[in-house]
Design a binder for this molecule. Structure first.
Ligand code: PEP
Length: 225
């Protein structure tokens, strides 16, 4: 089971407060903003960036590369979060390039996929997921995150049944562990994580609060593997 906290562009909690959340069948990862990566690494947390470029170096202002992250002790990166797709022009093509380069360089990757509310209402969920997944290839260090866009930061959560259905579909397209993301909170985590194809959670808002994130990790640690 893998629980990942995405701090987005928030300062986030003190890393030391999150030490010791890992358990025998539970890996915990934090994705802080760039300025806090070193603090998290130094506190002994498994630390991922929120984005990574496909070139090792170059004139790409505002981007960060896999070698620069590895030098800092960062273990992996998110790629293709829906906020990057929505606001920063991330496409399936750039998701593919970022993912491939990061994996080749030795980073772990969590690649995010998911449909918008309009796409779900039009019955296009599977087509969208198929398209987003078609640019990725299986890799031992690749994890997927199913994040229905309508559930991110909205307080709307997919039901465990709906998440299970989407995860099973995703695994039929690409063999990889699949995390669920979208308003995961202490009170809904156990139900989602108990589904057979839900291999963990990508947690945004609730990861900014030590108590909530700890409660989600504890719920995950109680799920039999
Ligand atoms: C996310 O940032 O990936 C996320 C799922 O956010 P939230 O938990 O706030 O919906």
């Amino acid at each position: 089971m893998l629980i990942v906290g995405n701090w987005k562009m928030f300062r986030g909690p003190e890393p030391a407060a999150l030490a010791g959340l890992d358990a025998p069948d539970l890996d915990v990862v934090v994705c802080p903003p760039f300025t806090r990566l070193r603090d998290c690494v130094d506190a002994g947390l498994t630390t991922f960036a929120q984005n990574v470029h496909w070139e090792d170096e170059g004139a790409f202002t505002g981007e960060i590369s896999a070698p620069l992250l590895l030098e800092l002790g960062v273990a992996g990166s998110l790629v293709g979060h829906s906020e990057r797709r929505q606001y920063f022009g991330e496409t399936d093509e750039t998701v593919s390039r970022r993912t491939g380069a990061a994996l080749d360089a030795g980073l772990r990757v969590i690649a995010c996929v998911g449909e918008t509310r309009e796409q779900r209402e039009r019955g296009e969920t599977e087509d969208v997921l198929r398209r987003q997944l078609s640019v990725l290839e299986p890799h031992p260090e690749l994890v997927l995150a199913y994040e229905p866009v309508w559930a991110i930061g909205t307080g709307l959560t997919a039901t465990p049944e709906l998440a299970q259905e989407a995860h099973a579909f995703i695994k039929s397209q690409l063999a990889a562990p699949v995390l669920y993301g979208g308003s995961v909170k202490p009170d809904n985590a156990a139900g989602l994580l108990a589904r057979p194809d839900v291999d963990g959670a990508l947690v945004g808002g609730a990861s900014l609060d030590v108590e909530s994130f700890t409660a989600i990790c504890q719920a995950a640690a109680r799920i039999p593997s």
